[in-house]
Ligand binder design. Sequence first.
Ligand SMILES: CC(C)(COP(=O)(O)OP(=O)(O)OC[C@H]1O[C@@H](n2cnc3c(N)ncnc32)[C@H](O)[C@@H]1OP(=O)(O)O)[C@@H](O)C(=O)NCCC(=O)NCCS
Length: 171
Amino acid sequence: METRGNREETGVTFRAPRIEDATAIYDLIRRSPPLDLNSLYCYLLLCDHFRNTCITAERESVIVGFISAYIPPEKPGTIFVWQVAVDESVRNRSLATTMLEDLLERKSLSHARCLETTVTPSNRASMEFFRSIARTRDAAFSTEPCYSEELFGTEDHEAELLIRIDPLARP
Ligand SMILES: CC(C)(COP(=O)(O)OP(=O)(O)OC[C@H]1O[C@@H](n2cnc3c(N)ncnc32)[C@H](O)[C@@H]1OP(=O)(O)O)[C@@H](O)C(=O)NCCC(=O)NCCS
């Protein structure tokens, strides 16, 4: 996958994940609270079946960033972003932003008109990240209730809000 200038400066390159990356991605998510840690098998599936809509950021052969995303089967014009993680050592350097922008530039996603994701209201970094993406694209940013606390059963889990960024295309 192509490498752009600012990434060369930071020594970070972006590419689609491979199944061999699943354990490193699992470790990155594990040390990225408040993200939910899913099973290793889940990350294997993402790296295998969903590699065209997921992206890794790599520095000196170490995975320092990951975004999982997919096209919901009943919403072909929407990209749903599942998890975004950047290693603590490289945060606040626009890595999450450039990683998502790189993903959205893929030809396979050129038909996506809208981005959706869910966030817990207390995750300020996540909220600000997606607000910033919407601002850059001059797109509307909206939130609505999505998965209530009750839906998580006995798990102590905050409700998840649905965020929509629409339209995704740059003006
Ligand atoms: C959230 C996270 C992915 C941001 O990665 P990053 O590479 O540091 O983000 P960026 O530098 O690209 O910042 C993007 C925007 O989010 C804002 N932001 C990032 N971290 C923030 C924080 N802790 N608090 C408030 N705003 C924050 C930045 O100010 C920036 O906004 P701007 O463009 O208006 O300046 C990273 O902190 C992380 O992995 N956190 C733990 C996992 C997590 O919460 N994931 C959910 C993310 S959607």
